[in-house]
Design a protein around this ligand. Structure first.
Ligand SMILES: [Zn+2]
Length: 247
């Protein structure tokens, strides 16, 4: 199966926020381009002051580190406490099946250098935590125990960066009940997916998904018997679009 692994950089005006950090070298040579692409967008990793993780799977967290060193040396990393408790637990790792052993190691290695300097913070999305002023957490538990979406609002527009609510857009918009084998709790994941789809469609939200086709941004539309993904048309940013409207 081919899939995108997207991360999102949001400049809120007061914070430079990176939502998820990509796979780095954890899942082979075709991934791990976040830092290069961040530089191409005109930012340095050291400028990122906040990393919000949707969850602690390697394709979202491995990009935090390179050679044991923090890739974002000035960032504080935030994750839901249920995800931290689950993935950073030595006891859970010891009793996990062989297939998921590696995932526990990736999570621990990814946050270790931030933990060491007290820059790993946990929150409780279920209690409505706001780890960064103006960025709301949306509890989306199921895929992992603390899986969390982040809601950014500007004027009348809201963007929900929803992490892994969808792994396969061709199947799961039509049939939200279809779950992924990697879900820690597939029943909860399906219930959450239905709830988030309904909220996104009703609220006319912009959505950004980690595994939706690049750039993974669009809308959710209710359709007979299910939902439909309405992606943005992707085109490169042109020089004339970058210029200030006053010039
Ligand atoms: Zn993922």
């Amino acid at each position: 199966m081919q899939t995108a692994v997207n991360a999102y950089l949001v400049n809120t005006g007061s914070n430079l926020v990176l939502v998820d950090t990509g796979a780095a070298s954890c899942f082979g040579p075709t991934l791990g381009q976040i830092v290069n692409n961040l530089r191409a967008a005109g930012y340095e990793p050291a400028q990122v002051d906040t990393v919000l993780l949707t969850h602690l799977h390697g394709d979202h967290a491995c990009g935090l580190v390179s050679g044991g060193q923090p890739v974002f040396p000035n960032a504080t990393v935030h994750v839901d406490k249920a995800d931290a408790n689950y993935w950073l637990s030595e006891a859970n790792a010891a009793t996990a099946g062989k297939d998921s052993q590696a995932l526990f190691g990736m999570a621990r290695d990814a946050v270790a250098p931030y933990q060491a300097v007290n820059r790993l913070r946990t929150f409780d999305a279920a209690a409505g935590a706001e780890p960064v002023p103006g960025v709301r957490t949306v509890a989306a538990y199921g895929h992992t125990p603390g899986h969390t979406g982040y809601l950014f609002t500007s004027g009348k527009a809201s963007l929900l960066l929803w992490g892994d609510i969808v792994h396969n857009h061709a199947v799961q918009f039509r049939r939200p009940s279809v779950s992924m084998e990697f879900d820690v709790d597939s029943h909860a994941a399906a219930t959450t997916r239905s709830r988030i789809f309904a909220d996104a469609a009703k609220g006319g939200l912009w959505v950004g998904g980690a595994h939706l086709p690049f750039p993974g941004i669009g809308h959710v539309r209710r359709d007979t018997g299910g939902y439909e993904w309405v992606p943005v048309e992707y085109g490169p940013v042109r020089e004339d679009m970058m210029a200030s409207p006053r010039n």
